[in-house]
Design a protein around this ligand. Sequence first.
Ligand code: CP
Ligand code: NVA
Length: 301
Amino acid sequence: MPVRHFLTLLDLSPGELGDLVARAIELKARLRQGLDRDLLRNRTLAMVFEKSSTRTRVSFEAGMAQFGGHALFLSPRDTQLGRGEPIEDTARVLSRMVDIVMIRTFEHEKVERFARYASVPVINGLTDRFHPCQLLADVQTYIEHRGPIHGATVAWIGDGNNMCHSYINAARQFDFRLKIACPEGFDPDPEIVAGAAGRVQILRDPREAARGAQLVVTDVWASMGQEEEQQRRARAFAPFRVDARVMAEADPDALFMHCLPAHRGEEVTSEVLEGPQSVVWDEAENRLHAQKALLEFLLLR
Ligand code: CP
Ligand code: NVA
């Protein structure tokens, strides 16, 4: 069977994504029963991190350990990648030694290039353009708390960034409606929006976007690599904070999610993040289960 990659949510069909999330829910229960300890025995995952990470690193590494496999952490500081060895060469070398590769980097084009030269599955662990693994966990979390996400209304409040782009792809693949509130100049890529065929609406008012939503989501105002824009962004995004007033517009049963790390008092108030509608800790935990389902799909399908 040809090698499959997971660079965006569009790499899997809606049916495959649905099955994968269902499997993640099952794997979570099975882990509690002490099962699946040998599923990826003797398999190795290489994890290339050119940006910081807590959740992505720990979830992939713990997931491989729980399946009886192994995960290698590779940073540019101590590999030849950081000294300019071409990505194409690294892809071919790693493919001869490990079974699967995860990459977190800046340019999305870099993971595409890596995947072109790799002969093993490649997973996007976040680029400037997409963060598809997070969406698997977010959809799993929604389903666990509220049932099917199909037909739901989701509000994205904040930057039209990598997470927003993956939410747009998720709206398309899982068939939900997405209302985005972002300041002018920080819109998501219109090409990605166009791909979602009318499921996405862009607004300038966070309360209007939240109105009637079953899920409210936000993310940091300055992503990794945008640190020097922090002040300019803080000014532009100040009216886009998710606070109790925004949540009050949403469905009374609405959930709040944030991929984390969060900046309390910036994109979200402490009250909302720590409040009863917030499911951010379940969401973080589900990175583990969702990615275990992804590893199984890519390696054992
Ligand atoms: N949400 C997420 O990807 O977190 P990390 O940056 O800690 O991996
Ligand atoms: N948009 C954020 C997500 C972090 C998980 C970033 O790229 O830094």
